[in-house]
Write a protein that binds this ligand. Sequence first.
Ligand code: IDP
Ligand code: MG
Length: 170
Amino acid sequence: MVIATVLAILSLFSKSMAAARERTFLMIKPDGVQRGLVGKIIKRFEQKGFKLVAMKFMWASEDLLKKHYADLSARPFFPGLVKYMNSGPVVPMVWEGLNVVKTGRVMLGATDPKDSAPGSIRGDLSIQVGRNIIHGSDSVESAQKEIALWFDSKEVVAWKPDTEAWVYED
Ligand code: IDP
Ligand code: MG
């Protein structure tokens, strides 16, 4: 009985710790960079309490962008999407935290800014779907694929912010 209780507590503990290590891939698109919104966007995720674990500034190749958006390759807007994403530098990032994939999508807002809620990043800072300033993974599985596509494992930094005990209750 005592052992079962201890095991149950331990498993709850490891589940919450595992969930807190969920990762998502976010990328500020060329319009976000050109419009000087990099700091403002990063600040929202920092202030929320999520943890930045990887980031770079780069001009992505067409080849990489085609791989990143491979699922959309049959869509009529695909060539324009690749051209847009290749039109200037981007800021790919990995963020970590409890439910960060789903919460990250909520913070981004709907794909088309005309439907994005006010208060969301796209809702507040963009107007058209073809210039919606930021990408965010839509599932834990796609996050894992996208992180592996954009970052070497060594570029993703494991660290524990001193504020963690003030962000999570357990
Ligand atoms: P998401 O970025 O919210 O996940 P997806 O459907 O995966 O949305 O589309 C990827 C990106 O393709 C969008 O963020 C947007 O930049 C672009 N896109 C999607 N639909 C359209 C469209 O109808 N016209 C132009 N660009 C589009
Ligand atoms: Mg998507």
